[in-house]
Design a protein around this ligand. Structure first.
Ligand code: HEC
Ligand code: HEC
Ligand code: HEC
Ligand code: HEC
Ligand code: HEC
Ligand code: HEC
Ligand code: HEC
Ligand code: HEC
Ligand code: HEC
Ligand code: HEC
Length: 313
């Protein structure tokens, strides 16, 4: 009799698990704290199944997407650190408890829309991935803004799209629409063709620098590829040595050379009245017409010419 009941539940369960996340769990609308409470209790009880993945797959094998885990690294038991070498599915989704009785008792769910708070989800991933690359995760903006690891990463797939240069930028700009708009402007870094990616300059897991940059400062990040702008110069242009983004938008701009503004306005932001002696009656002079500042001051990033004090040689 008992066995019959279990079988019916199993069949009902199997029928329900048609889609991947087709039905929202009832705890969807619970406050975060309550969800955490349930999960903490579940973990404290530690009721892991004895059958491991085989038990889960009795109900979940029909979902192609669930089975996708076996195509990826997390589905291989080659490494002793792999989930499959240990608690298997439950290494990520938590102890089964009474979940197998109709799927009512919730398991940990992952992703942007999951009812489980990001910090809780992420602690599961970090239990295996707390290493050098993610050293600054806890102080990162992504963590503070409650972005989940699984908002960027997929694990039930052969290849995680965000780890592929060709699809990374799309994954980032799904949330970062301003940078998406910038990179499609007239002048930009070659982000559209995956010749470059966001992670050439940023660490998505956070860093010790402003804006999660890979290097200690904006300039050091730029010098990685534009070493010739580092100098040293006999005649430095102060803002260049200080902050490239004083004049450039690294994501792109409607102006040539990714400039935040065109000359002469660009220059006049800081040099309010250069050559004022030549500016007769306030009319535009030879000095301010068109791009003329750069016609004479062509060594805008610095000069090594003995008489290049005014950056003209
Ligand atoms: C490395 C951690 C990890 C392991 C191991 C893992 N999963 Fe998942 N699972 C996830 C993540 C993350 C998602 C969210 C979708 C994605 O990223 O692919 C997910 C999604 C799911 C879903 C869909 C849940 C929903 O929100 O509707 C099911 C069902 C599932 N996993 C079952 C399993 C089963 C069964 C196994 C074992 C065969 C397993 N998972 C192993 C991390 C894991
Ligand atoms: C007796 C059948 C059954 C077994 C065994 C089973 N599940 Fe489920 N599972 C379900 C049902 C039914 C759902 C709800 C279906 C839905 O919402 O799409 C579900 C949903 C889930 C979800 C989505 C989150 C949630 O709580 O709704 C995850 C993740 C999951 N199961 C993982 C597992 C893992 C891991 C195992 C093994 C430890 C497992 N399941 C064993 C039937 C089962
Ligand atoms: C039980 C340990 C364990 C857990 C939990 C775990 N992982 Fe992993 N993960 C591994 C192992 C082992 C590898 C293989 C590479 C390695 O040795 O680092 C790996 C590799 C990865 C990779 C690189 C994939 C690739 O194709 O190279 C990503 C990304 C990743 N994990 C993300 C996650 C995320 C996101 C979670 C949480 C949903 C998670 N992991 C949970 C053990 C784990
Ligand atoms: C904003 C998107 C984003 C978030 C959030 C994110 N990652 Fe990543 N992750 C990436 C990208 C992009 C790469 C590949 C490029 C790189 O390594 O910088 C990567 C690479 C990885 C790798 C494989 C290479 C390596 O660094 O060892 C692992 C493992 C990983 N992430 C784990 C995690 C874990 C764990 C979390 C949550 C604590 C997380 N990631 C959160 C985007 C993200
Ligand atoms: C699920 C949404 C989401 C995805 C996907 C995402 N981000 Fe973010 N990111 C945010 C939020 C929210 C913030 C904080 C608000 C803001 O600055 O826009 C943020 C902030 C940032 C910042 C500013 C950090 C700081 O400390 O000032 C950088 C840089 C960044 N993200 C880079 C990336 C990169 C690179 C990727 C892809 C690998 C990525 N993001 C993917 C949501 C996301
Ligand atoms: C060439 C290097 C470079 C690349 C490539 C790059 N960024 Fe940035 N990003 C920066 C710098 C430098 C800053 C900080 C200076 C500033 O305010 O512009 C920044 C700032 C940000 C910020 C913080 C908000 C802001 O505007 O200050 C976000 C979010 C961001 N980047 C997202 C992205 C995303 C998403 C991509 C990929 C589409 C990307 N970045 C590609 C260099 C880069
Ligand atoms: C990973 C390498 C890399 C990094 C880091 C990098 N750049 Fe670039 N940059 C490039 C490449 C490649 C081009 C050439 C694009 C082309 O020829 O279409 C370029 C071109 C430029 C241009 C000229 C664009 C034009 O339309 O003529 C400017 C300006 C520029 N970068 C500024 C910066 C600044 C500022 C930083 C730091 C925030 C930076 N770059 C960081 C690779 C990089
Ligand atoms: C004072 C404003 C200003 C600052 C600050 C500045 N640039 Fe420029 N940059 C320009 C102007 C103006 C041009 C266009 C020059 C031209 O058309 O000849 C330019 C062009 C470029 C170019 C493309 C042409 C070339 O010379 O290779 C690159 C690359 C570049 N800048 C990188 C940088 C880097 C890296 C930094 C920081 C170390 C930086 N710039 C700081 C004004 C500036
Ligand atoms: C973000 C502010 C800023 C911008 C924008 C800027 N400059 Fe400068 N510039 C400075 C500062 C600061 C100095 C150093 C002034 C000093 O030492 O008295 C300087 C110095 C100079 C000098 C050398 C003056 C001397 O005799 O030492 C020239 C020439 C010059 N800038 C031209 C330009 C031109 C042309 C542009 C536009 C392409 C420009 N600057 C944009 C801030 C700026
Ligand atoms: C016809 C060539 C020419 C043009 C055009 C020109 N400059 Fe100059 N500029 C010079 C020369 C030559 C000097 C050095 C004068 C000296 O040493 O007495 C100079 C000096 C300067 C200085 C340093 C002296 C001072 O006045 O503080 C600044 C700053 C400067 N220019 C900015 C600009 C800006 C900004 C523009 C565009 C609005 C511009 N210049 C257009 C030739 C030019």
């Amino acid at each position: 009799m008992k066995q019959m009941k279990w079988l019916t539940t199993l069949l009902a369960g199997a029928a329900l698990v048609a889609g991947f996340g087709a039905t929202a769990a009832p705890w969807d609308k619970m406050p975060d704290a309550e969800v955490e409470q349930i999960l903490d209790t579940k973990f404290a009880e530690g009721k892991y199944s004895k059958k491991g993945a085989d038990g889960c797959l009795m109900c979940h094998r029909k979902s192609e997407q669930v089975m996708g885990i076996f195509q990826g690294v997390h589905g291989q038991s080659t490494s002793s650190k792999s989930p499959m070498a240990g608690l298997q599915c439950e290494a990520c989704h938590g102890p089964q408890g009474k979940h197998n009785r109709g799927g009512k008792e919730p398991m940990i769910q992952f992703g942007t829309d999951a009812p489980v708070p990001a910090a809780k989800q992420n602690s599961v991933c970090l239990s295996c991935h707390q290493d050098g690359e993610r050293m600054a995760w806890h102080s990162s903006t992504h963590n503070l803004e409650e972005v989940a690891c699984a908002s960027c990463h997929q694990v039930h797939v052969e290849k995680d799209p965000i780890l592929d240069k060709v699809t990374e930028v799309d994954a980032c700009t799904a949330c970062h629409t301003r940078q998406k708009a910038d990179m499609n402007k007239r002048s930009s870094h070659p982000l559209k063709w995956a010749d470059m990616t966001c992670t050439d300059c940023h660490n998505p897991h956070g860093s010790m620098s402003e804006a999660a940059l890979n290097q200690v400062s904006t300039n050091d990040t730029c010098y990685e590829c534009h070493a010739e702008k580092r100098g040293p110069f006999l005649w430095e242009h102060a803002p260049v040595a200080e902050d490239c983004s004083a004049c450039h938008n690294p994501h792109g701009s409607v102006n040539e050379g990714m400039l935040t503004n065109r000359a002469p306005q660009l220059c006049q932001q800081c040099h309010t009245n250069p050559h004022s002696g030549n500016n007769i009656n306030g009319k535009p002079s030879v000095f301010t017409a068109g791009q003329s500042c750069l016609n004479c001051h062509s060594q805008i990033h610095g000069s090594n010419h003995p008489s290049g004090k005014a950056l003209q040689h």
